[in-house]
Design a protein around this ligand. Structure first.
Ligand SMILES: Cc1cc2nc3c(=O)[nH]c(=O)nc-3n(C[C@H](O)[C@H](O)[C@H](O)COP(=O)(O)OP(=O)(O)OC[C@H]3O[C@@H](n4cnc5c(N)ncnc54)[C@H](O)[C@@H]3O)c2cc1C
Length: 396
């Protein structure tokens, strides 16, 4: 595959670079540090997304009639590359942009698209994803939350868990069982649920990093109008699969750059921090591990380019999405483990301690990275997919 950008792509890249340089959010360094609460950070990120939307940088591949830009996959990839390179803040409406929006574009009614797509872009409607339950995660089709027809409504009862940013969300994409007699994948329905609905409650869960990023959600006779069904009643599995495919879309490209940033930080730390009177980088074992990480970063870059090639050819995502997710999440953990080893006893000091290196930033990242090998498909599940689809091993 030939990756030389076209003249149009070069103009797009230059414009974006110039915009990011001129609109850099000065306050970001303070907000992302420990002096701002998660609530303050989230409010900041909403404003940041709105600024990008106003300048036409959000919803790049979405149709123009719903507020998108009608751009190409390559331009979307350039956007992820440039924002990662500039270390720009992430957009907060990830579920809206990567899951709910694409699901509505593929399966929604015109009224649903008009009502939600522009507000997803402007971050007026943050979406959360109500799929996982206490007894249904990797095996999503085991979910038990029920939705029962009552006139022109569905009445929802049940519990969801690990719902990222439900405490900030205006809407939820919910997968519920509408036909318990049907085979597991056939009796599910995909719903848009207003988070202000009576009977819906959210209880934050504190993660190992100390932040309540995800939540439990309880549904007690929550009434959802039938017009909020996306696709067919009982046809929710197809819609859910669309969302999961987009979870492995062009955004994965930016992961390799975030990994590279962490590797660069590890290299810099190894040169700066001394062990036994010499920089850690002079220790042959540490040097070897750093070199391996740089090789890993490059391997992921090439793997992402292979995935991008498939997307540009219009082919469906292949198993390289699973390989890249597995490899990225485990590589990030390896980098962070090495950084804490380089920090030595300082690694035990938490954020806020006067002697913590870089105010304990890498300790927090290390703790948060444990979730990366669980969310969006655990390492074991991704290994099963690779075993079956690439190596042709018998089914799990
Ligand atoms: C940071 C974070 C954010 C999340 N955000 C959301 C969200 O917004 N919305 C949402 O719906 N969910 C969310 N999740 C949930 C996530 O999708 C699930 O945690 C994940 O699918 C795993 O499900 P589980 O936790 O029920 O574990 P289980 O599926 O119960 O798995 C437990 C263990 O068994 C292993 N295992 C399971 N099945 C197999 C098998 N067949 N072969 C081998 N090993 C197996 C797993 O790998 C794991 O180690 C989030 C999770 C995290 C960590």
């Amino acid at each position: 595959m030939h990756f030389e950008p076209s003249a149009e792509d070069r103009v797009f890249r230059d414009e974006l670079r110039a915009w990011l340089a001129a609109n850099w959010p000065e306050d970001w360094a303070r907000v992302r540090g420990r002096f701002a609460s998660q609530d303050e950070q989230f409010a900041f990120l909403r404003q940041w997304q709105r600024r990008l939307r106003d300048a036409g940088w959000v919803g790049l591949q979405w149709p123009r009639e719903y507020g998108g830009r009608g751009a190409t996959i390559m331009q979307q990839a350039i956007f992820y590359e440039e924002t990662a390179r500039a270390r720009a803040p992430e957009l907060p409406n990830v579920i809206g942009l990567d899951m709910a929006g694409p699901a509505l574009i593929a399966h929604g009614t015109d009224a649903q698209k008009r009502a939600h797509l522009p507000k997803i872009l402007s971050a007026e409607e943050i979406f959360c994803q109500g799929f996982s339950e206490p007894d249904a995660g990797s095996d999503l089709a085991a979910l038990q939350t029920r939705a029962v027809r009552d006139g022109d409504h569905l009445v929802v009862n049940g519990q969801k868990v690990w719902t990222t940013y439900a405490q900030y969300a205006e809407w939820c994409i919910l997968l519920a069982r509408t036909d318990p007699a049907a085979p597991r994948h056939r009796g599910l329905t995909f719903l848009l649920v207003d988070m202000r609905s009576p009977g819906l409650s959210v209880r934050p869960l504190r993660q190992i990093s100390g932040e309540p990023e995800f939540n439990e959600m309880f549904f007690d006779n929550v009434r959802v109008p039938l017009e909020n069904v996306v696709g067919r009643v009982h046809g929710g599995w197809e819609v859910a699969i669309t969302t999961l495919m987009f979870e492995r879309g062009p955004r994965t490209i930016s992961r390799q750059l975030h990994l590279r940033h962490a590797i660069d930080a590890a290299l810099e730390m190894a040169r700066r921090i001394e062990r036994g009177g010499a920089p850690a980088a002079s220790d042959p074992v540490i040097r070897q591990r750093l070199a391996q990480l740089v090789i890993d970063g490059e391997a992921l870059r090439f793997s992402n380019l292979r995935a991008l090639t498939r997307m540009l050819r219009g082919e469906p995502p292949g198993p390289e999405g699973s390989a890249a997710k597995l490899f990225w999440s485990e590589a990030v953990q390896r980098v962070l483990e090495l950084m804490l080893e380089i920090e030595g006893p300082h690694a035990m000091l938490a954020q806020g301690s006067a002697r913590a290196i870089e105010d304990g930033f890498w300790q927090l990242r290390f703790l948060r990275s444990r979730g990366d090998t669980i969310a969006a498909g655990t390492s074991e599940i991704n290994r099963n997919i690779l075993g079956e689809r690439v190596l042709g091993l018998p089914k799990d």
